[in-house]
Design a protein around this ligand. Structure first.
Ligand code: ADP
Ligand code: MG
Length: 451
């Protein structure tokens, strides 16, 4: 009898013929054979949701394929696989450590004298876009050069835009490259509690030992220092001591230092280093983040689904992740493959009801109407200017507004090559800057699509 991996591979070959491509890609291909248990093959899943879905919808076909491959009855048993567990469904913070990363990379609260770094928040899992490239570069700079780059680094931006993620990533990177360095991560809340405790128990020396001996001090959500005078005083001396010996400090905040209501000397310290902001991600970055999250979970979703999610949540990456989870959950619980329709249904409350959803059909329809064309012509081979120009414009808008890939756009326009789409996109982008008429057309069409 074949080993578990061989058996699973043989069964997969059979399943390719019996289940739909979507179902195979989304639910079955990510399964991991873990071993045999009598007449059962144990298959690893990432979470309870997948387990329930598979048991409900795929048990029969998988058992049949296993039986056929083994030549005897074999039943699949789905088990949550901790080692390979993904973080997509908000797995508990501590278990998501990738199997390839050595255990020592994991922070321990004890050795840090601070809080634990979240293993999910690494540079490798951070998607860089126009909105955050400066902050990302600054964070990398600190990780590589520490005291020798601008000190402190002050990261600021709205909720859910990746400040904490970057802060932790710096901590992980420094620990990995300089294992001897003392990295202390804390939140302003914890620092404040430590100060209160220090005053109450007359144990300020312990607090000073912890924070002022750090090689790298990472402090999250510094906006909470406002209005806390004793904590500000202690904090000022802490960062002064560290800066005097060129030890690095990284701070995050939802407020720019110039608007900070703290002692002047502290504010000027904050402004004296490097201030880098994180902005809301554009549609391409949002799509890239969704892709990264799903790929790391071994799930592949149709582009349309990613586009619907990226469109529904525009300014908070934590909510973007939440929306993705809702779509997957709806698909799992109803047994439907994750399609654009399922995504729209799952995110109904986020998508404005009065506005028809932005889809390929919708973009094509609005463009065709603007140029008084039959919409089918956009997908035909006709090359006359009267049709080529609106078609190129529609392709451009599909890329800009739906964040779709060139390949997919080609498919949606009668199976054209991606290079044709790229050419169309570049052409309209150039015209937009040089030709007032094109700009006016685009504005007008966008207004209709946004209405
Ligand atoms: P903030 O501290 O700014 O409120 P977080 O750092 O907690 O935001 O980020 C919220 C969530 O979004 C986290 O799960 C984080 O991993 C994710 N996230 C934020 N920015 C990115 C990014 N550029 N790439 C990938 N994930 C991101
Ligand atoms: Mg945060």
């Amino acid at each position: 009898m074949a080993d578990p991996t061989g058996l699973w591979r043989a069964a997969l070959a059979g399943l390719e013929k019996t289940v739909s491509r979507d179902q195979l890609a989304t639910w079955i291909a990510p399964l991991r054979p873990l071993g045999r248990d009598g007449a059962a093959l144990v298959l690893g899943v990432n979470n309870e949701l997948q387990k329930t879905y598979l048991a409900k919808h795929c048990q029969g076909v998988i058992d049949a394929a296993l039986g056929a491959a083994a030549g005897e009855p074999v039943r699949a048993r789905f088990e949550i696989d901790q080692a390979g567990q993904s973080v997509l469904f908000g797995a508990p913070e501590a278990v998501a450590l990738s199997a390839t990363r050595p255990r020592s990379a994991r922070s321990s609260a004890l050795e840090d004298g601070g809080l634990t770094l979240n293993p999910r928040y690494q540079f490798e899992t951070f998607v860089v876009g126009k909105n955050n490239e400066f902050a990302h570069a600054a964070a990398l700079g600190v990780a590589e050069r520490q005291g020798r780059s601008h000190n402190p680094l002050f990261l600021y931006g709205g909720v859910g835009l990746g400040k904490t993620h970057l802060l932790h990533a710096i901590g992980h990177a420094v620990k990995a490259s300089f294992p001897g360095k003392q990295v202390v991560y804390t939140t302003t809340e914890k620092f404040t509690n430590d100060v209160i405790k220090g005053i109450r128990d007359q144990s300020m020396h312990l607090l000073r030992k912890r924070y002022r001996h750090a090689d790298l001090l990472l402090v999250d959500d510094i906006q909470f220092l406002q209005g806390k005078e004793s904590t500000q005083e202690e904090f000022f001396h802490t960062i002064n001591d560290l800066m005097a010996v060129q030890h690095h400090i990284v701070l995050t905040s939802d407020t720019h230092p110039k608007d900070f209501k703290v002692e002047d000397r502290l504010r000027s310290r904050f402004q004296g280093g490097l201030v880098a902001d994180l902005q809301a991600p554009d549609v391409e970055t949002r799509t890239a983040i969704l892709k990264k999250k799903t790929e790391s979970d071994g799930i592949s979703l149709p582009e349309e689904v990613l586009a619907v999610i990226a469109e529904a949540v525009q300014s908070n990456i934590r909510e973007l992740e939440g929306a993705l989870n809702r779509v997957l959950a709806l698909a799992a619980t109803t047994g439907r493959p994750p399609t654009g329709e399922v995504a729209r249904e799952a995110l109904r409350d986020l998508i404005s009801i009065s506005r028809p959803p932005r889809t390929f059909d919708r973009v094509q329809e609005v463009v065709a109407r603007r140029f008084s064309l039959d919409v089918a012509l956009l997908s035909e081979r006709t090359r006359t200017d009267a049709i080529a120009y609106p078609r190129q414009m529609a392709m451009y808008l599909c890329r800009e507004m739906l964040g779709a890939s060139y390949v997919l756009i080609g498919d949606k326009f009668g199976g054209r090559d991606h290079s044709t789409v790229m050419h169309a996109y570049d052409k309209i982008r150039r015209l937009k800057d040089t030709d007032p008429e094109t700009r006016a057309h685009l504005d007008e069409i966008r207004r209709v699509l946004d209405a």
